[in-house]
Design a protein around this ligand. Structure first.
Ligand SMILES: C[S@@+](CC[C@H](N)C(=O)[O-])C[C@H]1O[C@@H](n2cnc3c(N)ncnc32)[C@H](O)[C@@H]1O
Length: 283
C-alpha cells in the first residue's frame, strides 16, 4: 500500500473498527507500552512525539512518565482514532504535562527542525512506503542527542496471535498472493538487519534491536464466538475479510473459533507474539 492508501485505510472501515474497539486494544496493548517505556526510560525528556499514536492510550501513559511542564504531541493520520484520543484526553482532566494531537502524515509532516528530544511509537511506524525517507524526516525533528524508541512486530509466523486465525481463515479464502515481506504493514520491520539498515540510512546511530515476547489477550467479556469475531475484524485477517460476503465470513469465524478454543479462558483469547524493541539516537 502507498502512503495515500494507508491514509485511506486508517480513515475508512479499518480505522473506524479500531476506534470502536480502542478500549479493548488499549487494555491488550497496555503492558507492551509499559514494558517499552521501562526499556527506554523517557523520564528526562521534555518534548516528546508519539508517532502513529492511534487512540492515544500510550500517549497519556507516556505523559505520565514525564516531569511537569513537559510537552507530548501524538501524531496520526486517522481521524476516527484521533477523535478517540481527544476524548481520552478530555476524560483525563487537567494534566501537569501538555498533551496535544495532530492529524498529519508523520513521514512527510514539516516538523520544526530539532524541536523534539524524544520520539516514541507503539506499532505506529511500520506503514511508511518510503521508510528511509520517513525516518529521515522524523530524525530532522529530533534535537541533537535526542533519542527514539519504538516497538514493531517480528515475522507473521512468529506471531501466533495472527498466524492461528489466519490459517483457519485461509481454509475458506482464495490463497492471497505471496506477501512482500518488506511491504508497508504490521510485519514490514520483521527483518532485523533490514530494519537496522533503514535506521542507519536515515542517519540514526547507536541502534539497538532487542527481542521481546508479548501476550496478546483479546476479549471484552463475551463468549468464544463473539471474542473470535472481535479479534478477526481488526488486523491482517480483517483486511482479508473486508472484501468477503457474510456467508464466507461466517465460515471463517466458525473455523477460527475452533482453532482458537484451546486458547480461550475467562472471556479472553490469549496468544503469544514476538516483537522488536528498538532504540536509536540522533547521530
Ligand atoms: C497499529 S496502529 C497503532 C496505534 C497506537 N500506537 C497503539 O498502539 O494503539 C498504527 C497507527 O499508525 C497510524 N499511521 C499509519 N501511517 C501513518 C503515518 N504515515 N503517519 C502517522 N500515523 C500513521 C495509523 O493511523 C494507526 O493509528
Amino acid at each position: 500500500m502507498s502512503n495515500e492508501e494507508q491514509i485511506a485505510y486508517w480513515n475508512g472501515d479499518a480505522g473506524r473498527k479500531w476506534a470502536e474497539k480502542d478500549h479493548m486494544m488499549a487494555a491488550m496493548l497496555g503492558p507492551i507500552a509499559r514494558a517499552l517505556l521501562d526499556h527506554c526510560d523517557p523520564a528526562g525528556a521534555t518534548r516528546v512525539l508519539d508517532v502513529g499514536c492511534g487512540g492515544g492510550s500510550e500517549t497519556l501513559m507516556l505523559a505520565d512518565r514525564l516531569g511537569a511542564g513537559a510537552r507530548v504531541l501524538g501524531i496520526d493520520v486517522s481521524a476516527p482514532l484521533l477523535a478517540v484520543a481527544q476524548q481520552r484526553l478530555a476524560d483525563a482532566g487537567e494534566l501537569p504535562v501538555a498533551v496535544d494531537f495532530l492529524q498529519a502524515d508523520a513521514s512527510e509532516h514539516a516538523f520544526e527542525p530539532g524541536a523534539w528530544d524524544f520520539l516514541f511509537s507503539r506499532f505506529g511506524v511500520m506503514f511508511f512506503d518510503d521508510p528511509v525517507g520517513a525516518f529521515r524526516n522524523l530524525r530532522a525533528a529530533l534535537a541533537p542527542g535526542g533519542r527514539m524508541a519504538f516497538c514493531c512486530w517480528q515475522r507473521l509466523q512468529d506471531n501466533p496471535w495472527v498466524a492461528v486465525p489466519l490459517k483457519a481463515a485461509l481454509e475458506h479464502l482464495p490463497p492471497p498472493p505471496a506477501p512482500d515481506p518488506h511491504a508497508p504493514g504490521p510485519f514490514a520491520f520483521a527483518d532485523r538487519e533490514r530494519l537496522a539498515g533503514i535506521l542507519e540510512a536515515a542517519g540514526f546511530g547507536d541502534v539497538t534491536i532487542e527481542h521481546r515476547d508479548v501476550t496478546m489477550g483479546w476479549g471484552s467479556g463475551g463468549d468464544l464466538a463473539r471474542t473470535t469475531r472481535e479479534m478477526l475484524n481488526i488486523g491482517p485477517v480483517g483486511r482479508l475479510l473486508a472484501e468477503e460476503d457474510d456467508a464466507v465470513r461466517q465460515l471463517v469465524y466458525d473455523s477460527a473459533a475452533e482453532a482458537l478454543a484451546p486458547h480461550f479462558a475467562d472471556g479472553r483469547i490469549s496468544l503469544p507474539g514476538a516483537t522488536w524493541f528498538v532504540t536509536a539516537g540522533n547521530g
